[in-house]
Structure formats: C-alpha cells, structure tokens
Design a protein around this ligand. Structure first.
Ligand SMILES: [Zn+2]
Length: 104
C-alpha cells in the first residue's frame, strides 16, 4: 500500500454533503456524498454498476446520498472508511487508495 494514501485529516461535512481528505503527501481530495454513494464498493452496488454499464435500459436503484448525522463514517482498521447512509446501506468499505483515486 502506498504510504501517501493515508489520510492526515478526514472531514465529513454534512452541510456541504462532501468528505474532505488531506493526505500525507499534502494532496487534498473533495468527495461529494453523491459520488461516494454512486461508487460504493460493496458487491451489490458493484453488480448494479456493471448491469447499468451493460444494459442501457437498466435503471440503477440508487439510494439516498445522505449520511447519518450522528454516525456518518467510521475508520475500518488503518486502511479504510465505512460510510453509514441514511437508508441503512453501509456494506461498502472504502479503502484509502480507492478514495484517493475517486477524486479525479
Ligand atoms: Zn453499496
């Protein structure tokens, strides 16, 4: 794992609906909730993304891109973040290097 892809600081901004991460190498990522939800790395969402890409008429049942106010996110070990969406979805574990490459 790339050492630089370790957050120095993580900010979950419920008002702006974005997660801001400052990385060890000084780079900063701004990740809107919308993008995080869309790119949820869990198996179910992965399947849906795949289906949506393959079948033009498949409409992906996207959940609400809103995080629980009292428990928006938690660290998973030293390598990932887990988000707690307001509709109960929380199966996605977002490794830091995944988050890092999402902001492009
Ligand atoms: Zn998911």
């Amino acid at each position: 794992m790339n050492e630089n892809y370790t957050p120095k600081n993580i900010d979950v901004d419920l008002k702006a609906a974005e997660v801001r991460i400052e990385w060890q190498d000084g780079e900063k990522s701004v990740l809107p909730f919308e993008l995080l939800r869309e790119q949820c790395p869990c198996a179910v969402c992965g399947e849906e993304r795949k289906k949506a890409a393959e079948e033009p008429l498949f409409i992906r049942p996207m959940g609400k891109a809103e995080l629980l106010a009292d428990r928006p996110a938690e660290l998973v070990g030293q390598y990932a973040l887990q988000f707690f969406w307001i509709d109960g979805h929380n199966a996605g574990i977002y490794p830091f290097d995944y988050l890092r490459q999402l902001d492009k």
